[in-house]
Design a binder for this molecule. Structure first.
Ligand SMILES: Cc1ncc(COP(=O)(O)O)c(C=O)c1O
Length: 358
């Protein structure tokens, strides 16, 4: 048969989304499952967001502002940077794709720690780049020394996921300083900070405040998690102006939708509520971690809105046992299980299921 698509895609694992409440209803007849599988924040849209969406929708026959001027201006003011340094996109995962497109030609290398965010290998293959994966430390975090050693003259992009999805671990200032000093000037380093709002360890640096002035550093953030807009797809990056301009050239035109722009503007006005919600998530994260450790699980300290159970070949069975008890978690075959922090009640339901499953 004539081959119409790239042969190398056959070997690429598909992105596996967290299973849904509807999946459990269909397969197990459980009507009201608790979903702790996709690192969402469970409290609904922020105040003002639904109204902003309703208003924006009245203009949905028009294209959105392609320059995303109002949102970029608001982000710029909040972050204390020039708007020209900001690029928005349909989720930060889309921006990671654009970064790869803007830096890599076939045969170039994208370096990252593994296990980390499962989109990275897909993004690398998408542009014909080789994935260079440096294994996590035994404590499930990035091995930045080994990553620095793995940089070659083909490394165009090095990604540091901080905190790391799915293990929740984070890298600290001194090791990140050393890493950034070691990486050559012509390798772009992406600090993927999708979970920055949940960080409480003072030694885990805010990438933008600490490294934003370095010419080869890009900070990737999202409004999907703490800001509650996962369903609308809006993320942003901050880069030096020339890098931002290059990324803008490969953006899908109009990819930050009109509704996403309006919702993001409204969400950014609700920062005190975001801070309050994050405090609840953080307290619950620490409680869930302590309870799981009491059950004997070797849970690494998380700085994100999820925790990691390194259950190796028991992962799939643990996730299936949780599902039978109406809780959807996210297994990574043969490696571990990631559990998103939900409401206190949802977490109690999970802890009960975990107590039985472990
Ligand atoms: C580390 C990391 N980066 C980026 C993303 C993408 O988020 P979004 O595309 O919703 O902005 C995620 C989502 O799970 C993530 O875990």
């Amino acid at each position: 048969m004539t081959r119409l698509t790239r042969a190398d895609l056959d070997a690429l694992p598909a992105y596996v989304p967290g299973r849904n409440v509807a999946d459990l209803a269909r397969e197990l007849g459980i009507a009201e499952a608790v979903k702790l599988a996709s690192n969402e924040v469970p409290f609904g849209p922020l105040p003002g967001v639904a109204e902003a969406i309703a208003e924006a929708v009245t203009q949905s026959h028009r294209y959105p502002d392609m320059g995303v001027l109002a949102l970029r201006a608001k982000l710029a003011e909040r972050l204390g940077v020039d708007p020209g340094r900001i690029v928005t996109g349909g989720g930060s995962v889309a921006l990671a794709e654009h970064l790869a497109k803007a830096t890599c030609l076939p045969g170039d290398e994208i370096l990252y720690s593994w296990r980390s965010f499962e989109a990275y290998p897909i993004i690398a293959t998408g542009v014909g780049a080789s994935s260079i994966r440096v294994p996590n430390t035994p404590e499930h975090g990035h091995d930045l020394r080994a990553m620095a050693d793995a940089v070659t003259d083909r490394t165009r992009l090095a990604i540091v996921c901080n905190p790391n999805n799915p293990t929740g671990t984070s890298v600290r200032r001194d090791e990140l300083d050393r890493f950034l000093d070691a990486v050559p000037d012509d390798t772009l380093v992406v600090l993927d900070e999708a979970y920055r709002e949940f960080v409480t360890d003072d030694e885990v640096p805010d990438g933008l405040a600490t490294y934003g002035d370095r010419p080869n550093v890009v900070i990737l953030r999202t409004l999907s998690k703490a800001w509650g807009l996962a369903g609308l797809r809006v993320g942003y990056l901050v880069a030096q102006p020339a890098v931002a301009a290059a990324i803008r050239k490969v953006l899908t035109p109009f990819s930050t939708s009109m509704v996403a722009q309006a919702a993001a503007l409204a969400a950014l006005d609700a920062e005190p509520e975001v801070v309050r919600r994050c405090a609840v998530v953080i307290a619950e994260r620490d409680r869930v971690t302590a309870e799981l450790r009491k059950l004997g699980a070797d849970v690494p300290t998380s700085q994100a809105n999820f925790v990691w159970l390194p259950l190796a070949d028991r992962s799939a069975a643990f996730a299936a046992a949780c599902e039978k008890r109406g809780v959807i978690v996210r297994p990574f075959q043969g490696d571990g299980v990631r559990v998103t922090i939900g409401t206190p009640e949802e977490n109690d339901t999970f802890l009960e299921a975990a107590g039985e499953a472990l």
